[in-house]
Write a protein that binds this ligand. Structure first.
Ligand SMILES: Cc1cc2nc3c(=O)[nH]c(=O)nc-3n(C[C@H](O)[C@H](O)[C@H](O)COP(=O)(O)OP(=O)(O)OC[C@H]3O[C@@H](n4cnc5c(N)ncnc54)[C@H](O)[C@@H]3O)c2cc1C
Length: 187
């Protein structure tokens, strides 16, 4: 919901400066908002994403409190045999890693087959198992997420998701996101 124009509309309302709107002055205004951290105009742009990722990524993601989440519940749904395949597992043999994940999943199935309820059976599943959630977030909070999760100190996997989110959002708000990259992200 929203676009570069929505950000401009919200900001110009603050100063009743609609008559000053030109492509150049709107561009400068967006830069000004970003630099001065006048964040509320960005809150009027809202995104909803459906994310499929390993549980360890979702756990990092959901630390971002300013946003709304609904996650597929393993209390009520049965987990699928879908694990994240990392590029590397350090010194551990990759087949060993797969064996460990599958071993956990076999224990899970054994519990389910023995009528252990799903909320208990899931306790043996690894953090690499895939989850799904819906995330609704405004652009101000999304920029905070991108700033933190595109940083090289963030874990590789969530950084990859953040890169993709940046691409999607840039298609929708090219002016705002270009300024965000110049003024905030890579400073
Ligand atoms: C590289 C990296 C390593 C991390 N390592 C750890 C770790 O080891 N352990 C760990 O527990 N967490 C860790 N975190 C999570 C981190 O501490 C934040 O919880 C997470 O990044 C969410 O950031 P946020 O609070 O800015 O976002 P949001 O929760 O979306 O909040 C957005 C903004 O709202 C304001 N806000 C929200 N809630 C409050 C509040 N209760 N009080 C005051 N202001 C509030 C703040 O200004 C905040 O920046 C790590 C994060 C990163 C990026």
């Amino acid at each position: 919901m929203g676009s570069d124009q929505r950000v401009i509309e919200a900001a110009r309302l603050c100063w009743d400066s609609f008559d000053k709107s030109t492509p150049e002055s709107d561009n400068r205004l967006i830069k000004h908002l970003l630099i001065k951290e006048h964040k509320t105009p960005f809150e009027h742009v809202v995104f909803t994403f459906k994310i499929r990722c390993p549980i360890f990524v979702a756990r990092q993601w959901m630390r971002h409190r300013i946003g709304s989440f609904c996650e597929r519940s393993l209390r009520y749904c049965t987990s699928k045999r879908e694990f994240y395949n990392p590029f590397t597992v350090g010194s551990v043999n990759y087949n060993e890693y797969k064996l460990m994940c599958n071993g956990s999943y076999e224990s899970y199935l054994l519990f389910i087959d023995n009528e252990v309820n799903q909320e208990t059976a899931r306790m043996v599943l690894p953090l690499s198992i895939m989850t799904e959630f819906m995330w609704t977030v405004n652009l101000s909070s999304l920029m905070n997420f991108l700033k933190l999760r595109l940083d090289k100190s963030a874990q590789h996997e969530i950084r990859e998701f953040a890169k993709h989110i940046l691409e999607v959002v840039t298609e929708i708000l090219p002016v705002t996101m270009k300024s965000f990259e110049q003024e905030i992200l890579y400073k």
